[in-house]
Design a protein around this ligand. Sequence first.
Ligand code: BZD
Length: 831
Amino acid sequence: RLGPRAAPTHPLALVPAVGPERTVDAFVREYLEELNFSQGAPLARSTVNHQYLALARTVRSYLMADWLETAARRREQPTKMVGYLSAEYLLGRQLDNALLNSDLAEIVEQAMAALGLDLNELRAQEVEPGLGNGGLGRLAACFVDSLATMDVSCIGFGIRYEYGIFTQVFTPDGRQVEAPDNWLALGAPWEFPNPDRAVRVSFGGHTETYADDSGRERRRWVPGWSVRGIPYNYMVPGYRNGVANTLRLWSAEATSAFDLETFNSGDYVDAVRAQTFAQNISKVLYPEDSTPQGRELRLQQQYFFVACSINDYLHGTLSKDFDLTRLPEQIIFQLNDTHPVIAIPELMRILLDEHGMNWDQAWAITSRCFAYTCHTLLPEALEVWPADLVGRLLPRHLEIIYGINDQFLDLVRATYPGDELRVRAMSIVAEAPFKGIRMAHLAAVAATKVNGVAELHSTLLREKVLVDFARLWPEKFTNVTNGVTPRRFVRMANRPLADLITSTIGDGWVRDLEKLRELEPYADDAAFREAFRAAKRANKERLAGIALRTGDLVLPTDHLFDVMVKRLHEYKRQLLKLLHIVTTYESIISGEVTPEQVTPRVVIFGAKAAPGYRMAKEIIHLINRVAAVVNADERVCGRLQVVFPANYNVTLAERIIPAADLSEQISLAGKEASGTGNMKLALNGALTIGTDDGANVEIRRLVGDENFFLFGLTEPEVADLQRQGYSPGSYFESNPTLRRAIGLIASGHFTDGDRSVVGPIVGDLLANDRYLVLADFQSYLDAQARVDAAYGDQDAWSRSAILNVARCGFFSSDRAMRDYIDRIWGAEVRR
Ligand code: BZD
């Protein structure tokens, strides 16, 4: 319920909220007030955590006026809104982002110094909200950042997982172990719980037919149990524009009704257990990033958050008397992959069952309210939910899905008479290997637009994965190449480079990244190149400092920093990188080359494996074992080092990416939908060694062939080879370098002579090699030789690196958002 019914009369209640004064003294005052009266800690007795929490909450209070003002403006002049539905938001730390966007950094630095506090120590206290697995979740975070910066009305809807992506630790032996990510344990200063706006979400039960008031037969859902969704709001500040949008993450609690039922049965302890049962829904993020298991709890999570979000929008944002036939003019729900696709039958259900519409009316609305983004090409990543599971958990939704499918298949049959093969291929309901609901098909049928995330990916989506749908509805399909926010990943993460760019072309690039083009002429300016190298060196030194403190490793900053950071997956081919390392190492210890002849490199890996992904975990183990042996072998004289810091996350990315010279983007062509790390690395002045895959294609086109190290089979070549029958053994037999590298691994050289440890990896490479590591090996080595040669000419290298920065402005998520507006959402979202 809203506040005072009568208009407030106190003069202070009438003026719009104004943030505290933006001076160092005022900040110090606000800060101490927060520390003393909210944290209950006098400065002299406060812990670093108190100090951090007080700082976060003080900064937050400075953003509050913007947030209130933005919300009021959006209420008063409603425009079409974007409801971004994503099961994941990989946000990264909030403090620095808030300081940057609110332009408070200097004031805070001085205020903390005046209080004798070490701002860096307070920064380090923040635990990042790791509410995502990787690319897809980080993309959602970049998108909401850009929409706030562009002042587009958007709410990001998602799940407030109590435990985010696991904390990766390595055993002394180098194996991955997962520890729970208890990110809320020390306090959550950025969130605003709003239990007043809780939403009830139901599950289970059955459906029935009944006669409505006019005697018409209707269906309805009689649910078996329900939970409460509590919204937790987060500010999403735009970059210095006075705008703050909202990210609304839902947390599950037991409903009081649910409790009462159990209380009535007299079992208090059971009632408490019910609470725990409900809370399970938002307990933990599933750490599988490309092979989602069809787990019941995961479907519960998906339905839970979309049901909360739609309900919240319909009842919390729209006015009571809103004419729902106009819904598509007011909202577009963007489906971030198939995880929120159950929102489609949910909206149908609300319109049919709660608003008494007939099917055609409900479909006319629903089929205009959603757009779907696909993020994969891997068949095993496409979600198919067992129909019996959906029926058990969401019986009414299953009926509606069948209804949508019947109507859709009628259309297919009318379009392609007699083509039952096509009907079966396109059906939303799969009959084999089990009866299942193909969520991508449901999305493709209901969405106004379907997009892939890079040109190649969108083409393959149209021509392969969803080919029948693209033929039926060619105008539905479009591409929006991904982007990344230049605020977090350049301006914040890479101050040395950001300052150099700003002092050269002004600071307009932070909002308009295409301005980086103005740097192009400076590639030929020796003084600028020197300054550019100095910035890179500073970043490498910062990273080396971290490696020294945390891993007791000395990283020489004049060596080439060769970076491969991303989730561990066979298709991304960390093994190919490892084979290159082993080849270089072997060539030194066999005496084929002297250490002085190799270009000195520090190879940096960052990667988490899904806990249930055996092969990925074996590969992590092997990388760590190779690292231990190579780093300790005096014969390589420190000219080859392998570092693999545990627990790669957004915070670590912000340290590693600015320090990179070389960006490894070496997936098998046709497998990486886009990649976004590739964009971050190029924008930070790393050159890419990569296949013709995902957004690499566009990066290479923009930066120019001469500033990109291309290798490997193309997607059509891969398809051909696989059609002919790929045999990895023939590559092994015919390539002595490859034989030596694999032989060295197989011999147990890196595993204390234990060959059983490497058996599964080597065996699989030689027998299956699903991702054609061996087929691309020689081409990769050749490209790495070109890298070595190029790095030898530092001036030429810097020139290429500068051109990479200058020509990658396209990869801003601001541009991606403009593309979504132009091709998917419509200009109405911009007012
Ligand atoms: O999405 C990734 C793709 O692999 C990248 O190529 C692409 O750049 C990004 C952004 O579009 N996909 C994912 O990250 N997928 C997941 O994280 C995921 C999570 C849960 C279930 C299935 C997939």
